[in-house]
Design a protein around this ligand. Sequence first.
Ligand code: ADP
Ligand code: MG
Length: 629
Amino acid sequence: MAAETLAFQAEVSKLLDIVARSLYSEREIFLRELISNASDACDKLRYEAITRPELTAEDAEFRIVLRPDAKAKVLEISDNGIGMSRDELVENLGTIARSGTAAFVDRLADEGGESPSLIGQFGVGFYSAFMVADEVRVTSRRAGEMQGWCWASDGQGAFTVEEAEDAPARGTTIRLKLRKDAKEFLEPERLAAIVRRYSDHVALPVVLIEDGGAERVLNTASALWTRPKSEITEEQYTEFYHHVGHGFDTPWLVMHNKAEGRIEYTSLLFVPSARPFNLFDPARRAGVKLYVRRIFITDDCEGLVPGWLRFLQGVVDSEDLPLNISRETLQDNPVIARIGKALVKRVLAELKKKAEKAPEDYVVFWDNFGGVLKEGLYEAGDQRESLLPLVRFRSTEVEGQTSLADYVSRMKEGQDAIFYITGEDAEALARSPQVEGFRARGVEVLLMADPIDDFWIQAVGAFEDKPFRSVTRGDIDLSALGAKAEGKDAAKEDEAKTTEDAPIDGLIAAFRLALADTVKDVRRSERLTDSSVCLVADDSDFDMHLERMLKQHKQLDTTSKRILEVNPDHALIRALAGKVAEGASADLVADAAELLLDQARLAEGEPVRDVTAFGRRLAKVMERGLGAA
Ligand code: ADP
Ligand code: MG
């Protein structure tokens, strides 16, 4: 049968371009990637052989073999793992399957693909072979199948597949025709050093077969998590993390524990120091692999680690589960549930320790994963008490971040609530009109910019008996919290007192009339100092940011009317009030009311309602101001 030629998925071609250009200096990692795949392939077969022992009956010793051939300038990497069928070769070595990765490669290519740190966020995997080889030939025979297959490519847009007579009896052999400048990867000592450096943790032997036929095991070949902590170096932990996590950063936190007693398991968990690009991809699961007595079971065990800890990477190895457990029933297994609970407890305790002992380092974690951890406040009612002390916020009163306990310790005399505002961006929130009055009185407002914030706040309600209160919703009596600070605002207040107290009530009545159909109410505000107006939600309605989000996600199709608050101390408002008292035309009042309402909407990041009408009114008011009308 003739060879079939197939094109790489467009993203793979892009990836191959990027790989060829930018990872040049660390190209020795191709070996780690290929050994990592070989080890995964053996793990997979070991699992299948639990129910189909005949698959490994003829060759039960899993191993990975490196065979350099100096004469042919070829390096072979073989495994006796699961192997690949024809379709699997095409699918696995011609496309990028991992969730979000293809989209990420697109983005990288658009950005010129020059940034190795970005590339580092995902494993280049098998394709890294093209960093050292001009020609890659993969022969493979899937365990239990008769026919072997050959996949070959020079990495230039296409590959071929055909039946192979020389495929291994079981598993995969990758034959790299080394580039002229990559001959170093034929040297046994060089290979040995790379394996020791990156692949020592691999749980099966990596064997080097030299030209003469001499065999040498290059790694320790025992599962890393089974070794005593004291015998594991930081580098070995990091390399293992790269293998399980497909990440290329240094872990922010390593948690290696052996639980003995009612349930027995070993866990080796990592918190990354960089945020994975697909953290918010709905398909993303935690990268925690489940093993049973050293045998890999699954990397997709729902129920082991909750979604709000999906940044965790690592392995859990249980002594109690039966080996022949089916992946489908894992989720409902009580042992899994118990391990899961214990892991959550352990991770939260470790995070607490970090937060207390290394607050600056904790900020790094929080910036990366706080938005995910907060999902737990919403989803896991039973964890709230442990989670709340871990949560950090930006606020109007402190540099950096604050905890809730610290916020409470700074609360003003007479303040009975924790004030907050939600939105898209903390910087913008800090400048919101609604926080002006709080700022002026030195009352701290927490700035919350994660999408989950509106939801967990509703669910949690209070911290240490202090209710959370949105500054953009309901009526808030700020006068109880003391006078506005000295300075610019105080001066303004004095000025207000010396001039005759403007008849604000008349203006409010006129605005109510003009905006009767568009707002729920118009009222005097204590929230404002610099701005003339702002919008707030009524107590009985959704908070404004929450409503915007729900509408965006098509979970709500009505809009509740807002309340327009006016600043009685603002020069513009006072002047308008004066005009109203003198009997200004309804037309002028209406224009002013509509314009101010649109201004308040803009401050919320919402569009003006009718662009044409807005423009017309604005022009009219400017003409009047310039004395042209
Ligand atoms: P990843 O390992 O992150 O999935 P790779 O690019 O390294 O990505 O490999 C792509 C896929 O190719 C693997 O997921 C696996 O299904 C398949 N594969 C690669 N090497 C082997 C191998 N030696 N044996 C069996 N399957 C393999
Ligand atoms: Mg891989």
